[in-house]
Design a protein around this ligand. Structure first.
Ligand code: S3P
Length: 450
């Protein structure tokens, strides 16, 4: 078979793709293994670094973002082995024992690294830290974590009054607080819970809707006292806590599985199994959305692995229908909106996505990026202040596409370009390596390329 996708390397940093739509009759089939969950990977490295004793991590995501977390915690004295696909070993320092680094901590592109780490740094008395990130991260809002930490007594300074990185932190003994977060954000919640670990008393976060609960689950498994009231989205940690190293088995990332679920749903004739997918209920909004769109999905082999529910997902192509996605569902599919927008271009009728203004402050403004790039392909899409409106069925034509240096935009556009009637050029496709280093290789395999 002729090669449906050509990779073009332009220089050492940048990789573009020329995506040639597969000839009619070529579909996605077989079984796909996806990389480890990004959220759980970050947390396992961080908790391993502050626990007493040794933590073993199996199935860690080997992407750029967890590499940033590992590099920051190594700089603060944690003994973290090379990240490899076998297993990673972390010899922890114990809570409060991170060492003052002699250089700036760089979280790269990773909001989770920077925001969660801030909770630990701000609550470590007597030490000075400076943190930064790449161009995208330096433009993302930090006041959502800086301000609740300041309410607990933290000393943090940054550009625009502490709104933007780089940030400087002088660690202090904090006082407990009950924070009512205006956004449903697991990064905000987790930052405060991590600060609460070394704070005497009860530190509580209440959210407007439920965000992913990996921190709560893993903190409990490492020995912290965590109380959850799901009826009002409230979580409390009691400090001071003592964490003990554990074995963490990281399930496959449903946010990475989402690209294949949508690709197989919309490329005619596809029949694909995505294996070992984490189906934590705080993350399964994508499955509910695709079911509303009448995708043909079946969960198989449901099981629990190290405290997280996991399944294989069987997906076959079908005619999707437009639907409305809004409200409490949005935090449960927050990272999947770009690929759901691609699904909507192939659905009958109109899909309306609301209550998703958070997408504007991710690695890129994902509402703007997806509206612009899908329009270039010929899709009928309009941007709303808090979402997108997409009417499916317009034929897609190849175009010059930009990833906005955003991993999820890059991968979503690569899938959309498969449905066009002529080749597309996707600039800066290497952004995918943030969360999915093998994305292109897996795409080729699923399309039957050797
Ligand atoms: C994450 C939480 C989400 C998500 C991000 C990872 C986490 O961000 O978008 O990719 O690991 O806590 P918010 O919690 O800020 O929505």
């Amino acid at each position: 078979m002729s090669s449906p996708i050509v990779t073009v390397k332009t220089d050492q940093q940048r990789q573009d793709l020329v995506i040639i739509p597969p000839t009619s009759g070529v579909a996605l089939s077989g079984k796909i293994q996806i990389p480890g969950d990004k959220s759980i990977s970050h947390r396992s490295l961080m908790l391993g670094a502050i626990a007493e004793g040794e933590t073993t991590i199996k199935g860690l995501l080997l992407g750029d973002d967890p590499q940033s977390t590992a590099a920051c915690f190594r700089q603060m004295g944690a003994d973290i082995s090379q990240l490899s696909d076998q297993e990673v070993r972390v010899r922890g320092l114990g809570i409060g024992n991170l060492q003052e680094p002699n250089d700036i901590l760089n979280a790269g592109n990773s909001g989770t690294t920077l925001r969660l780490m801030l909770g630990l740094l701000a609550s470590q008395p007597g030490q000075f830290f400076a943190v930064t990130g790449d161009k995208s991260l330096r433009s993302r809002p930090m006041s959502r974590v800086v301000s609740p930490l300041q309410q607990m007594g933290a000393s943090i300074w940054g550009r625009e009054g502490g709104k933007l990185a780089p940030l400087a932190i002088y660690g202090r003994q904090l006082t407990p607080n009950h924070y009512h977060s205006p956004v449903a954000s697991a990064q905000v919640k987790s930052c405060i819970l991590l600060a609460g670990l070394s704070t005497e008393g009860k530190t509580t976060v209440t959210e407007p809707a439920r965000s992913r609960d990996h921190s709560e689950r893993m903190l409990r498994a490492f020995g912290a006292e965590i109380d959850v009231d799901p009826s009002c989205h409230r979580v409390t940690v009691t400090g001071p806590a003592k964490l003990t190293g554990q074995t963490v088995v990281v399930p496959g990332d449903i946010s990475s599985a989402a690209f294949w679920l949508v690709a197989a749903a919309i490329v005619p004739g596809s029949d694909l199994r995505v294996q070992n997918v984490g189906i934590n209920p705080t993350r399964t909004g994508i499955l509910e959305a695709l079911q509303r769109m009448e995708a043909d999905l079946t969960l198989e082999n449901e099981r629990e692995v190290a405290g997280e529910p996991v399944a294989d997902i069987h997906v076959r192509s079908s005619q999707l229908k437009g639907c409305e996605l809004a409200g409490d569902l949005i935090p449960r599919l927050i990272d999947e909106v770009p690929i759901l927008a691609v699904a909507a271009t192939m659905a009958q009728g109109t899909t309306v996505i609301r209550d998703a203004a958070e997408l504007r402050v991710k690695e890129s403004d994902r509402l703007l990026a997806m509206a612009r790039e899908l329009s270039k392909l010929g899709a009928t899409v309009s941007e709303r202040p808090d979402g997108l409106e997409i009417t499916g069925g317009a034929p897609l034509h190849g175009a010059d596409l930009d990833s906005y240096d955003d991993h999820r935009v890059a991968m979503s556009l690569a899938i959309a370009a498969l449905l066009a009637d002529s080749p597309s050029h996707l600039y800066n496709a290497q952004a995918a390596s943030i969360s999915y280093p093998d994305f292109i290789a897996t795409l080729k395999t699923a399309l039957g390329e050797s």
